[in-house]
Design a protein around this ligand. Structure first.
Ligand SMILES: [Zn+2]
Ligand SMILES: [Zn+2]
Length: 266
């Protein structure tokens, strides 16, 4: 049985939407409790070198999120490895990722969502849901074809629109198997992984089994994309659904080789 020892999507208090309780000290204690040995810090970031940052991103630039290194150094964390990366934003204006190559190469890993539509998408595209889905499809391709694509480790919460005004599985329902297959084949070719978030697998099993999200994840699996696990924790309750990571890997039949090489624990 595969032992899950990484979480590649954790926000600290440096993210504007995270709680003060999201400290390095908290994550070290949580990791020891759950058997996690590799934590990827993925605070929100918009590189100052890229114009057009939405107001919300101030002050979340590279300099801001880098201060976490001091907190890591000051906290006893034997046996827990920290990677300092970020959750960078899709840049709709430049049809790419809001990060320069100079900054990207200083990070340990990089995740870029195509589904922060509440931040990046004009509101009138929520309806019809197909327009919302098409926006995410375009964002997906813009990310994986961008000049910094080689630095992108994973797409977090793929196609799971964040803060969606309607149930976000309905946008996934608008995307055909063929469209998903083309997306994930292209991502697999570039070595870009798809994230599994245990929070998305907390429903009763029959409901998960029949769900749109499982349809999507089965296609991801078929495409040969690698995976990462990411809780998207923003507070001291961020790992409450951790055990459902085992539900996800069980339903998908994932083995160690199915995960991105960076997630391996030495
Ligand atoms: Zn996100
Ligand atoms: Zn996040």
């Amino acid at each position: 049985m595969l032992k899950l020892e990484h979480d590649f999507h954790v926000h600290t208090h440096l993210s504007s939407c995270a709680k003060d309780s999201a400290t390095i000290e908290h994550y070290v204690a949580k990791a020891r409790e759950l058997g996690i040995r590799k934590l990827g810090l993925a605070d929100h970031m918009w590189d100052s070198a890229v114009s057009g940052a939405p107001k919300w991103y101030v002050p979340q630039n590279f300099e801001h999120i880098s201060t976490i290194r001091e907190e890591i150094a000051a906290t006893e964390h034997e046996g827990i490895e920290f990677l300092v990366g970020c959750e960078c934003e899709y840049d709709r204006i430049h049809e790419g990722v809001a990060i320069s190559e100079a900054v990207a190469e200083q990070l340990d890993f990089l995740i870029v969502p195509n589904s922060h539509t509440h931040i990046t998408m004009p509101k009138d595209l929520y309806e019809p849901h197909r327009a919302h889905a098409e926006y995410m499809l375009k964002a997906f391709y813009d990310i994986i074809n961008s000049p910094v694509a080689k630095y992108v480790t994973a797409i977090p919460h793929p196609f799971m629109a964040v803060c969606c005004p309607y149930p976000n599985a309905q946008a996934i329902a608008e995307i055909t198997d063929d469209e998903f297959k083309r997306c994930f084949d292209a991502a697999a070719n570039k070595g870009i992984a798809m994230e599994i978030n245990p929070n998305h697998f907390r429903h009763p099993l029959p409901a998960i089994y029949e769900s749109q999200i499982m349809r999507m994840y089965r296609i991801i699996r078929e495409s040969g994309c690698k995976f990462t696990l990411g809780t998207d924790s923003h507070s001291d309750t961020g790992h409450d659904q951790w055990r459902n990571a085992y539900v996800a890997i069980g339903l998908l039949g994932l083995k160690e080789d199915d995960f991105h090489p960076l997630t391996r624990v030495r």
